[in-house]
Write a protein that binds this ligand. Structure first.
Ligand code: AMP
Length: 219
């Protein structure tokens, strides 16, 4: 099963992707995670992406499309994937359409995570991410035993939480504006194509997961 998650930053796409990956083994394709990894490894793609990400802007379409084109052709995508954070612009959506045709694949479900701006701002600015496994928690949770969560990427080690630069207050508003201007128009693009479900992303993660699961079981 191939799934597309579309929604603003902080709407829960990453959390639900991780859960689908854990429970159903779908490959999680997050372009944001790919860029952060590329930056930490100082690759050419990472160098190109960094300045845009720091400003809360989108990385140019040509860079993103090339990266996802290579990734989708890898073997682990053949048995099912979740696209999280791609496409974000119309040229990317069109490129994805062509790419799926070339690869003989299709999208079985498109889920739109709808969340109000105030909730997003609050979630993003209190969000902390593990440097190693990308697990996300809120800073409130960190004050409880979440701070000691075992990291699946570090044998016997705890998660190493930090605040992403682009989750800092000054960049968060910019990211939400960029999403509204450049990504919201894609909702119309996908709405008419079937297999589309709008989800209230402000619900509890377990409830959101059930809605996704039920919809996937029907299709
Ligand atoms: P995310 O982790 O999905 O919130 O992405 C973090 C940042 O990576 C975004 O604010 C963009 O700068 C960049 N990025 C991720 N995916 C894309 C994309 N599909 N198109 C352009 N930029 C992207």
């Amino acid at each position: 099963m191939n799934i597309l998650f579309i929604g603003p930053p902080g709407s829960g796409k990453g959390t639900q992707s991780k859960r689908l990956n854990d429970e159903y083994g779908l490959t999680h394709l997050s372009t944001g995670d790919m860029f952060r990894k590329a930056i930490s490894e100082q690759t050419e793609v990472g160098m190109k992406a960094k300045a845009f990400m720091d400003r809360g802007e989108y990385v140019p379409d040509s860079v993103v499309i090339e990266m996802i084109k290579n990734r989708l052709a890898e073997a682990d995508c053949a048995s099912g994937f979740i696209l999280d954070g791609f496409p974000r612009t119309e040229p990317q959506a069109k490129a994805l359409q062509d790419l799926l045709i070339t690869l003989g694949m299709k999208l079985d479900g498109v889920f739109f995570f709808d969340v109000k701006k105030e909730v997003l701002v609050q979630r993003l600015s209190s969000r902390r991410t593990c440097r190693n496994c990308n697990r996300v928690v809120s800073d409130d949770q960190l004050n409880t035993d979440f701070g000691l969560l075992t990291c699946p990427q570090k044998t016997g080690g705890a998660c190493d939480f930090y605040q992403r630069d682009d989750d800092k207050a000054e960049v968060v508003m910019k990211r939400i504006d960029v999403y509204q201007n450049q990504t919201m128009p894609l909702i119309q693009f996908y709405e008419g194509k079937g297999n589309f479900l709008r989800i209230d992303g402000s619900l509890a993660p377990d409830e959101v997961f059930k809605l996704i699961e039920n919809s996937c079981k029907k299709s």
